[in-house]
Design a protein around this ligand. Structure first.
Ligand code: ATP
Ligand code: MG
Length: 397
């Protein structure tokens, strides 16, 4: 586990667009929370590193993800980042994807919890309290795909027809094709992290969300491998003959139920019975949809935090994009990156500072002094700027 000095160096990427608005606010809130919790005995030594548009300004035209930035992540193991502009054209699909692949950040962690007073489209948003473990390195999302007009697509289709016995699909000339890799290793390391999280945090269930009824050898295998891992490594036993399982939390003695739900049914369940779900383990694409749907239930991407994790590295990040329409106007909601920092403090073991951020943010929202994205959906709320919202959070710690 992580050894954390009293004054750890934490690299941060400011981010493009509203990154320049929200990241400085996040740093002020974190500094205040750490000071509140520990006085002068602990502090974060912030170190700016560059990525995205800002990197091209510092390093030159084509340098979107400098080696120095990657080296800092490898050296300091914990980092935080704002949203990044992805270069148009060129070989980079997405800087976020490049970062995840290069550092093998195979877990995308998205906690979804409700802060009292936040506007929500559902009647009882406080029933939603989930942590999503989204597999980040495999699935159709891995980007192994070819456009319809390419020779590669034609070649792959010809191979499937001639050598692989694929005869039930017509493949018109205009077919693009993609590959959906899902491995046992990839599934196991994700599900292992999710079950361990449930144990460490006293959660009562882990739900495998998949579309295995249709995609049997990818999503169906994910489900089967997940259950098998729970049994083999955590001693889970079939519940009433299965397929659900039960294990005993070695820390608390309580039961943890391992279950599974088909992804489409799960999207109904999060609206109808969210209280039945706590820890979610799912594949990359499902996880993408589920994370944003759940975020909307508790206030939207403006305050939804996230992290990308490998076995050694944790990069905490705002889940929204660069929102260029409101960039540089001190209007954006800093909540997403502030709550990502809150996760980061917990990851460092600085629980008291993390708690200070939670109470500060809850207080600011309950006081109805929030940024425009929330204020316009709340009755009686006052719109404050991004930086003023940060000061409100600090004032309520
Ligand atoms: P990108 O191309 O980088 O994804 P985007 O404009 O699509 O940029 P998103 O994060 O996808 O950015 O957000 C979509 C919209 O949601 C934004 O245009 C903005 O109106 C709103 N939004 C997103 N994040 C915030 C925020 N932190 N505060 C306020 N509004 C936000
Ligand atoms: Mg976007």
């Amino acid at each position: 586990s992580l050894r954390v000095p009293a004054k750890p160096v934490i690299p941060f990427i400011e981010g493009d667009g509203i990154g320049a608005d929200v990241t400085p606010v996040m740093r002020e809130v974190v500094d205040a929370a750490v000071h509140k919790a520990y006085g002068d005995t602990r502090a974060i030594a912030w170190m700016e590193v560059y990525a995205g548009e800002k990197a091209t300004r510092v390093y030159g035209d084509d340098v979107w993800l400098p080696d120095e930035t990657m080296d800092a992540m490898r050296e300091y193991l914990v980092a935080i980042k704002g949203p990044l502009t992805t270069p148009v054209g060129g070989g980079i699909r997405s800087l976020n994807v490049a970062l995840r692949q290069t550092l093998d950040l195979y877990v995308c962690l998205r906690p979804v919890r409700y802060y009292d007073g936040t506007p929500s489209p559902v009647k009882a948003p406080e029933k939603t309290d989930m942590v999503i473990f989204r597999e980040n390195s495999e699935d159709i999302y891995a980007g192994i795909e070819w456009a319809a007009e390419t020779a590669e697509a034609r070649k792959l289709i010809a191979y499937l027809q001639a050598e692989m016995g694929v005869t039930n699909i017509r493949f018109p000339e205009s077919s693009g094709v993609g590959i959906k890799p899902v491995s046992r290793e990839g599934t196991e390391r994700l599900v292992r992290k999710a079950i361990q999280y449930a144990i460490d945090n006293g959660r009562k269930s882990v739900t495998l969300v998949h579309k295995g009824n249709i995609m049997k050898f990818t999503e169906g295998a994910f489900k089967a491998w997940g259950y098998a891992l729970a049994q083999r490594e955590f001693g889970a036993q079939p519940l009433d003959g299965g397929p659900w399982m039960r294990l005993t939390n070695p820390r608390t003695g309580d039961d943890i139920v391992i279950k599974d739900v088909i992804a489409d049914a799960f999207l109904q369940e999060i609206l109808l019975n969210p209280q039945n779900y706590e820890v979610i383990a799912t594949l990359n694409l499902n996880g993408d949809y589920i994370s944003d749907a759940l975020a909307a239930q508790v206030g939207g991407i403006g305050i939804a935090p996230g992290a990308n994790l490998s076995d050694s590295i944790g990069i905490f990040e705002a889940t929204h994009g660069t929102a260029p329409m409101i960039a540089g106007q001190d209007k954006a909601n800093p909540g997403s990156i502030v709550l990502s920092a809150e996760m980061m403090l917990r990851h460092l073991g600085w629980i008291e500072a993390a708690d200070a951020i939670v109470s500060g943010l809850s207080g600011a929202i309950k006081a109805g002094r929030v940024t425009d994205d929330l204020a316009r959906l709340m009755t009686g709320a006052e719109t404050v700027s991004c930086s003023e919202f940060g000061r409100c959070i600090v004032a309520h710690m």
